[in-house]
Design a protein around this ligand. Structure first.
Ligand code: 2HG
Ligand code: ZN
Length: 463
């Protein structure tokens, strides 16, 4: 319940129409794509200018009111969940492309610009925003930056961090900071821009971003391979990446494929049934490259790694193969999966796969496990499906135990408990498996400096 005094002050900052108090709005803006928590914000406010954001943050400081910054709410770790009476500051009104500079190949956008809008704008200028993922139709740039989103072409284009050349933020103290100002070279001490990237809303609110655009990509071919066993996926990756310039190397298990075909009505890619599938993308579409790909494919078949394969001959075929991978996450929601988004260095992947496969088989004998992810980046999305016979609470309790074992394994392999989805609420109890006590203490110190009254997204990342 929002006290009348704060409600009046918020109304005087943004006007009545941009302060939402109805239960539908509180529900909609109070959660992200996770299903574990109930939305319970005290209000939702939709600022339209940086000054309004600042005024809201100062008000929150004055009244000790917690803020949850909100973008497209496509996150998978509870980073944008408002479950404890927080004020949601939704950035939907920052939805303008503010400046495009062809000489710098840069674009400045409001934090509420949707990823696909940026990609399309770049395309119309003959340029490219190469960070891409299944939720690009609704995720917002500010949220992507706050979680340092990755996606399906990280092996070629890197993470969101690699393309952010400037940020305008309001800190938890209410300061407006312009960070890096779009410069390619700027060695003037600590790069605060990078602190905000991946900070999950715990330091301040990202209002605007300047993004470096890339030169356009060439048309790509997509290959889908039926792989004989988990362990050899890395051999296939190594073999193909030695011979071709890959822009993606993804994988998924047979159970993922089965479900996507059944629930999305996609056509089966080929007759062979294999435990795993690898999806590769490479450019350009010319005969020499395709011949090389076929030669690499034949070697994988001769080694017994690959049982079957298909290559796209048109843009539509390439898109259809991609759908088999991109539609997995959405398809699995009906099973309320317990999600793991873990990574190790590629060189450690063979050993890691062996160990985690054994751990999962030992610990989840009765659960259906669906594997998929960006194996070219060392990133596995391990989804455990909830059996109907267990309540969500019983299921979570079992999964939490195993998460500690996964955390220990990751710590031993120098891996990460969150490769690309962020820590949020979901993984904060496992942060110590990836970050040392000294690192976490420094992170807390940084938060206290930038957000002295702890108003920014409290309880996310760490308590
Ligand atoms: C993907 O790679 C997304 O499809 C979602 O990162 C992964 O839902 C997931 O676990
Ligand atoms: Zn992913």
């Amino acid at each position: 319940m929002l006290p009348a005094l704060i409600r009046d002050q918020l109304t005087s900052i943004v006007g009545e129409t941009r302060l939402l108090l109805g239960s539908d709005d509180l529900q909609r803006y109070g959660i992200d794509r996770t299903t574990l928590w109930q939305a319970a914000p005290c209000a939702v406010v939709l600022p339209a200018t940086v000054e309004e954001v600042r005024a809201i943050v100062l008000l929150a400081r004055e009244h000790g009111l917690a803020i949850v910054p909100s973008g497209g709410r496509t996150g998978l770790s509870g980073g944008a969940v408002a479950k404890d009476g927080e004020l949601v500051v939704a950035m939907d009104r920052f939805d303008k492309i503010l400046e495009f500079n062809p000489l710098d190949r840069s674009i400045t956008v409001g934090a509420g610009v949707v990823t696909a809008q940026l990609q399309q704008f770049a395309g119309r200028q003959g340029l490219l925003y190469g960070v891409d993922f299944a939720s690009s139709g609704s995720s917002q740039i500010g949220g992507n930056i706050a979680t340092n989103a990755g996606g399906i072409r990280v092996i070629k284009y890197g993470m969101t961090r690699d393309w952010v050349i400037g940020l305008k933020v309001v800190t938890g103290a209410g300061e407006i900071l312009e960070l890096n100002k779009g410069l390619a070279k700027n060695n003037t001490g600590y790069d605060l821009r990078h602190l905000f990237i991946g900070s999950e809303g715990t330091l301040g609110i990202i209002c605007e971003a300047t993004i470096q655009l890339a030169r356009p990509t060439l048309q790509a071919s997509v290959m889908l391979l039926a792989v004989n066993e988990f362990a050899v996926i890395v051999d296939v990756l190594q073999h193909f990446s030695a011979g071709l310039e890959l822009s993606a190397f993804e994988f998924f298990s047979q159970s993922a494929l089965e479900k996507v075909i059944a629930h999305r009505g996609h056509a089966a890619p080929f007759q062979a049934v294999a435990p795993f599938y690898a999806l590769l993308e490479f450019e350009p579409v010319d005969q020499a490259v395709v011949d090389k790909a076929m030669q690499l494919f034949q070697h994988c078949v001769d080694q017994g790694w690959v049982l079957d394969g298909v290559i796209s001959h048109s843009v539509a075929q390439a898109q259809n193969l991609w759908k088999l991978r991109e539609d997995i996450s959405e398809t699995l929601w009906r099973w309320q999966p317990y999600k793991n988004d873990i990574s190790v260095r590629i060189s450690r992947m063979p050993d890691f796969i062996f160990q985690i496969d054994q751990l999962v088989a030992r610990q989840y004998p009765d659960f259906e496990v669906v594997w998929y992810g960006h194996i070219g980046d060392g990133n596995l999305h391990l989804n455990i499906l909830k059996p109907e016979c267990l309540s969500l609470d019983q299921f979570q309790a079992k999964c939490v135990n195993v998460s500690n074992e996964i955390g220990q394994l990751l710590a031993a392999c120098g891996g990460s408990v969150s490769a690309e989805h962020g820590v949020g609420l979901l993984k904060k109890n496992y942060l110590h498996y990836s970050r040392s006590a000294a690192e976490i203490a420094i992170m807390r110190g940084i938060k206290s400096t930038i957000d002295p009254d702890q108003v920014m997204n409290p309880g996310k990342l760490f308590d």
